[in-house]
Design a protein around this ligand. Structure first.
Ligand code: PLP
Length: 392
């Protein structure tokens, strides 16, 4: 396949995928065992091995594999034992799944404006804030606000990122959540993880994700006298096996992203009307982020890159204050639950009605990096990008 074709093809998937029969040892084992339910395997389940491996790699105390990142967020929220209608402060710029997880848990999202780096601005949080979800968007590490009892780090787009103090993203707050959706750093199609340092939180999440039970592997679920109701978010051995296999490639993938990012930072055009936004050492270098002087230039760059077959995207889709589910307070419940429990007044915190954020998003452009390419191909890809941007 030509390089152009390969680069164009990478539209959206953030990382690479390593789907290759010669590498699928864990899936092969799971199939050969003949059991795809994690609590009925003969030896240790692949799901449990995955959890141990992730815990070791990320320095997380407890890890639970679930179906997707949205369930992981829901588990983290529910494990805090909230009251229905409690507020959860979330970034105004993120994927709508964050708001969806809050609402589906019977809680009410409050959109908090973001700073220059597009991370939730902790300076806007009111005193007494109890629950916050921060999102490390496109691998950019967001700070964890201080003095808040429950901070959930949404690492759906930032598997492998590291905070400036050396802690792994996902382990610095109350809980961290990860996604293995098609469109993330690593993928098993769908798949999620929740991590926490709090053993009680982990026990609660483990029960809730398995019908509220206190399951002993190999046995029918049992319920403690103080059991609460739950749902079924128990992962399958098939998905866990693919997640495990993909996760084995994390360091290789991060190195491929770092290498192309370094090449790009050397090579990119020096234009007064175009800024390449800096990336911190601990960020996952999923994309190059550009900020143009005007929206018109940004749109011209989108057209030029697209015409050249170079994958790119913009971030306006993440502006939640304009999302119909939020603006229309939509709900499937006849009484509008849980919006019906929300306090009067706008559920948004911004210094300027999101004007600056809208302007930043209008001028921002992202181009994905391609960790799976050889160094030589990465250089060629960056050259093609440079030529295209110079001609805008
Ligand atoms: C993808 C994503 C999610 C949801 O993850 P799923 O596995 O698709 O449910 C949550 N938050 C952010 C920031 C995401 O990008």
């Amino acid at each position: 396949m030509s390089l152009d074709k390969r680069l164009g093809q990478r539209f959206l998937p953030y990382g690479a995928n390593y789907l290759d029969w010669s590498d699928m040892h864990e899936l092969r084992e799971a199939i050969e065992q003949g059991v795809l339910f994690r609590y009925q395997t003969e030896g240790e389940s692949v799901a449990s091995r995955l959890e141990r491996r992730v815990a070791g790699r990320l320095g997380a105390r407890h890890v639970l594999a679930v179906h997707n990142g949205t369930e992981a967020l829901r588990l983290a929220l529910i494990s805090t034992r909230p009251r229905t209608g409690d507020l959860v402060h979330i970034p105004a710029v993120t994927f709508v799944a964050v708001a969806g997880a809050v609402l589906a848990s019977g809680l009410v999202p409050v959109l908090v404006d973001v700073d220059e780096s597009l991370s939730l601005d902790p300076g806007l949080l009111p005193p007494g804030t109890e629950r916050v979800i921060t999102a490390h968007m496109e691998g950019t590490v967001a700070p964890v606000p201080e003095g808040i009892p429950y901070v959930v780090e949404d690492c759906a787009q930032a598997l492998g990122a590291v905070h400036p103090d050396g802690r792994h993203a996902g382990t610095a707050g109350y809980a961290g959540t990860f996604s293995f959706h098609h469109n993330k750093v690593l993928t098993s199609g769908e798949g999620g993880l929740v991590v926490t340092g709090d053993p009680e939180a982990w026990a609660t999440m483990r029960c809730y994700h398995d019908h509220g039970s206190a399951r002993v592997p190999g046995c029918y679920p049992a319920w403690n006298p103080d059991a609460h109701y739950g749902e079924n978010f128990v992962t399958s051995e098939g998905v866990a096996a693919i997640q495990y296999q993909q996760f084995r490639h994390l360091d290789e993938l991060l190195a491929g992203l770092e290498r192309q990012h370094a090449i790009a930072m050397e090579e990119l055009p020096d234009r007064r009307d175009l800024r390449v936004l800096p990336r911190a050492a601990g960020d996952v270098k999923i994309s190059l982020r550009f900020r143009w002087e005007s929206r018109e230039l940004r749109d011209a760059a989108v057209a030029a890159l697209t015409a050249r077959g170079i994958a790119n995207w913009t971030l306006g889709k993440y502006l939640l204050p304009e999302h119909p589910v939020i603006t229309g307070r939509r709900s499937l419940y006849a009484d509008g639950f849980p919006w019906s429990l929300a306090p009067d007044g706008p559920l948004m915190l911004s210094r300027d009605g999101f004007a600056r954020t809208r302007d930043l998003l209008d001028r921002t452009l992202c181009v994905p990096l391609s960790p799976e390419l050889s160094e030589q191909d990465q250089v060629l890809a960056v050259k093609a990008l440079r030529q295209t941007l110079e001609a805008v």
